[in-house]
Design a protein around this ligand. Structure first.
Ligand code: NAD
Length: 294
């Protein structure tokens, strides 16, 4: 048992946003104001908080931002029309439709309708292909990009490391696996998921363990190899009568019992979460740069 290094996403995100601010100033001086449009369909409370944070951060950096709030009963065609208008709008460099939309919306079709050059979430098939091809002109999904930045800035080498990712979503698990296995990172990667057999044994192999599941405190101490680096992507609301809100946020890792075993670990909140927004801002700057050099 030792004291792990706490990977402070809040501090690192602030440093990334400082860099973004400097780059925004430089672009604005050239007559380009980075613009991000955030579309929210419906009333999901967590989505509302995420969207408000994104729009607030745009304001702090001097971006142009547009928040488009649509009723939960918005049709697929109406939403597609909003996306088409944003695609054609030269003041907008990044377009994001907050996930998850209401159930009657075909999210996949909406993502495909976004101009891939403005797809700052990195979910469009063209950007997924660029990630596979390791083409830096593509947009890397913000959460895994933030996880990689946390590892890099802490000087944690992924070279030859055994990495295990729990979760195979297109938002976190799969892109995280691609980043770790890339020629830049050189990890040996295992993706575990809901059908994996003997998950604790798979996790115990990991030098770097990434949990992206959505199950509060699922990863226990006996799942973790001593000295491992643990990245906890999970954000779960659990009831807590002692809190004013009635809930507290917890990750997918049982932090109290796991942390003493690790060489480094991300807290929840204050780990991966703040990095996601910072990387979104970086992606929007990349879009603004790339679109204005065309
Ligand atoms: P998802 O529901 O799309 O995917 C969850 C994955 O976990 C699936 O691939 C599934 O196979 C796997 N899984 C489910 N139950 C499992 C089990 N018992 N054992 C092993 N694997 C299991 O979720 P997601 O969008 O990838 O998000 C995962 C978590 O990360 C959620 O808590 C979400 O809130 C959080 N998240 C955080 C950020 C952030 O900014 N920090 C961003 C995105 C998602």
């Amino acid at each position: 048992m030792s004291t792990p290094r706490i990977l402070d996403g809040k501090a690192l995100a602030a440093a990334v946003l400082d860099e973004c601010r400097a780059e925004t100033d430089a672009l604005t001086n050239q007559g380009i104001t980075p613009g991000l449009a955030v579309v929210l369909v419906g009333e999901d409370p967590a989505s509302k908080v995420y969207v408000a944070n994104k729009v607030r951060t745009c304001g702090e950096l001097g971006f142009h931002s547009r928040k488009i709030e649509l009723k939960a009963k918005t049709t697929q065609e109406e939403l597609l029309q909003v996306v088409r208008e944003l695609n054609a709008d030269s003041a907008i460099h990044g377009i994001l439709v907050q996930s998850p939309p209401p159930k009657h919306i075909d999210e996949e079709a909406i993502i495909r309708a976004i101009d891939p050059r403005k797809d700052v979430d990195g979910f469009h098939p063209e950007n997924v292909a660029k990630l596979v091809l390791e083409d830096p002109s593509g947009f890397v999904p913000c959460t895994p990009a933030g996880c990689m930045k946390l590892l890099e800035s802490a000087g944690i080498s992924t070279n030859g490391a055994e990495a295990v990712i729990i979760g195979r979503s297109m938002i976190v698990g799969k892109p995280m696996a691609l980043l770790l296995v890339s020629k830049k990172s050189n990890a040996t990667v295992t993706i575990a998921h809901s059908r994996s057999k003997d998950l604790p044994a798979i996790c115990r192999r990991a030098d770097i363990l990434v949990a992206a599941v959505g199950r509060p405190e699922m990863v226990k101490a006996d799942w973790v190899k001593p000295g491992a680096v643990v990245i906890d992507v999970g954000i779960n609301r659990v009831e807590d009568a002692s809190k004013k809100s009635g809930y507290r946020l917890t990750g997918d890792v049982a932090y109290q019992e796991v942390a003493p075993l690790c060489s480094a670990i991300t807290p929840v909140p204050g780990g991966v979460g703040p990095m996601t927004i910072a990387m979104l801002m970086k992606n929007t700057l990349q879009a603004a740069r790339q679109l204005s050099s065309m």
